[in-house]
Design a protein around this ligand. Structure first.
Ligand code: NCD
Length: 315
């Protein structure tokens, strides 16, 4: 059987995503009541191979594996501490690591790196973010958060989602926007409109994603640097200043924060999300006490969702 890689947010069918959410919800309940968890991945090993910094993604994957009774081998700065420093290619490293582990979680700075790695991996390879391209597991947990909010506060039909920040270079935005356009019914919500915005040209997600959304029946708009006020879901992102702009220059463009003033214009039922890490520039701490702020529960959902995903890809 060929391994079940997760390179893109579209690698799960609608049914699979729905089942993933059911399983994640069960894990979440168990975690909340402190109930012992069945060691479904006992004797399995996860290799976390990170060529870029990470807090949430790496820790929640490693926590997920350990909570399922499995073990973890990892390198958090693979550029420096793996044989990449000696000039080994990514495919060579992955081929070798796939002989030592049952699943690989890879984060890399290059677009397409996860696809390249999956081609040689003998075990499931999970993309934990590749350059400005995709971050599928973040999109799964983001959708899971929307699914949960849909049960208690969001309208079920005709949702309007605002992505505000660095949509050009933000990989979480691209994976989630695509997933919303094709898999919203897995989260039992219905998306009509997606608006992009941010300062200068960072707000524009680009023609490829826009065309994809439109081809899937989503009405796409751009609100420039004035955030839309009628959004049901607001998804903020920081300026990805470590990533070069397409012109080749370092993209140090900061933008005005999305503060309590903007949030106060949103409907009461709206939720404000952010993949984190945040900076005060786009999301000040003063918003944390707003009942619409969902970014910390969103981050916490990383563990149960990744537990469900590790069980799903298990060979
Ligand atoms: C995001 C990422 O790495 O793309 N972080 C995360 O995984 N939660 C967002 C970011 O770095 O801005």
């Amino acid at each position: 059987m060929s391994p079940r890689h997760i390179v893109s947010a579209s690698d799960l069918t609608k049914n699979e995503l729905y089942e993933l959410f059911q399983s994640a919800a069960a894990h979440k309940r168990n975690l909340e009541i402190g109930k012992g968890i069945l060691p479904s991945l006992r004797h399995k090993i996860l290799a976390s191979v990170f060529y870029e910094p990470s807090t949430r993604t790496r820790f929640s994957f490693e926590s997920a594996m350990k909570r399922l009774g499995g073990d973890v081998i990892s390198t958090e700065n693979a550029e420096q501490f793996s044989s990449a420093a000696k000039g080994e290619s990514l495919p060579d490293s992955i081929q070798v690591i796939s002989g030592y582990a049952d699943v690989i979680v890879l984060r890399h700075k290059t677009n397409g790196a996860a696809q390249e790695a999956a081609r040689v991996s003998e075990v499931p390879l999970i993309n934990a973010g590749d350059g400005t391209n995709e971050h599928p597991t973040q999109a799964f947990l983001d959708m899971f958060t929307i699914w949960e909010a849909g049960k208690v506060r969001l309208p079920r039909r005709g949702l309007h989602v605002l992505f505000y920040g660095d949509n050009k270079r933000g990989r979480t935005v691209k994976s989630l926007a695509r997933l919303l356009a094709t898999h919203a019914e897995s989260a039992e919500v219905d998306i009509d409109r997606i608006t992009f915005g941010g300062l200068q040209d960072l707000g524009d997600v680009g023609p490829e994603v826009t065309a994809f959304l439109e081809a899937n029946g989503i009405e796409v708009a751009n609100c420039g640097n004035v955030p839309a006020t009628d959004a049901d879901v607001v998804y903020l992102t920081r300026s990805q200043k470590e990533r070069p702009m397409s012109s080749g220059t370092e993209g140090v463009i900061d933008y005005v924060s999305y503060g309590p003033e903007q949030a106060s214009l949103l409907p009461e039922h709206a939720i404000i999300m952010h993949p984190l890490p945040r900076t005060e520039l786009e999301l000040p701490k003063s918003l944390d006490s707003d009942q619409r702020s969902f970014y910390f529960p969103q981050a916490k959902n990383g563990t149960p969702v990744r537990m469900a995903l590790l069980e799903f890809v298990k060979q």
